[in-house]
Design a protein around this ligand. Structure first.
Ligand SMILES: Nc1ncnc2c1ncn2[C@@H]1O[C@H](COP(=O)(O)OP(=O)(O)O)[C@@H](O)[C@H]1O
Ligand SMILES: [Mg+2]
Length: 152
């Protein structure tokens, strides 16, 4: 899925948050609608709140462990049912790199996959991936657009 394809999705939910806690809460809300096998492709510049939102998703999936950014590990796995895979493609150059670390095979499984810097691996994202775009609109405000997922 190419990044521009996100924009053609029918369902778009737009939310504005004014704190880290509010973005975490949006993640929790997204988690309520996620089921096994789903890929959540996050997009947004450094500091836009991708990791914060991913922590909220983990919280919503009842993960008690401390969730940290997978910037260096690239893939962090959390043992829940279904398991959560928190992926950060920042240090990958492209889809080929992702394939080499077994990423493409991984996201075809029955887990939930939350991917930061997903725009770096566009060809690896399934066409039914949920896309979340985060935009910095102020020092503590973020515009969050969720494509392709009905929120509860
Ligand atoms: N509304 C907001 N939502 C999320 N983070 C915010 C918000 N306002 C300010 N911040 C700050 O922005 C930073 C977001 O960091 P992080 O989630 O690691 O972003 P990313 O993973 O996109 O680089 C944190 O320092 C956080 O305190
Ligand atoms: Mg991050």
């Amino acid at each position: 899925m190419k990044p521009e394809d996100f924009l053609t999705r029918k369902s778009v939910v737009e939310l504005e948050t004014n704190s880290e806690e509010e973005t975490f809460a949006v993640g929790k809300r997204i988690a309520e609608s996620l089921t096994a096998g789903m890929v959540v492709a996050l997009r947004g510049t450094l500091g836009s709140g991708k990791t914060c939102l991913a922590k909220g998703i983990a919280g919503g999936l009842k993960i008690k462990e401390n969730v940290t950014s997978p910037t260096y590990t690239i893939i962090n796995e959390y043992d829940t049912t279904p398991p959560l895979f928190h992926i950060d493609a920042y240090r990958l150059n492209n889809d080929e790199d992702f394939e080499q670390i077994g990423g493409r095979e991984l996201i075809g499984g029955g887990g939930i996959y939350v991917i930061e810097w997903s725009e770096r691996i566009p060809k690896s994202l399934p066409s039914d991936a949920v896309a979340v775009e985060l935009e910095i609109t102020g020092s503590s405000s973020r515009l969050i657009r969720v494509f392709g997922l009905e929120l509860k």
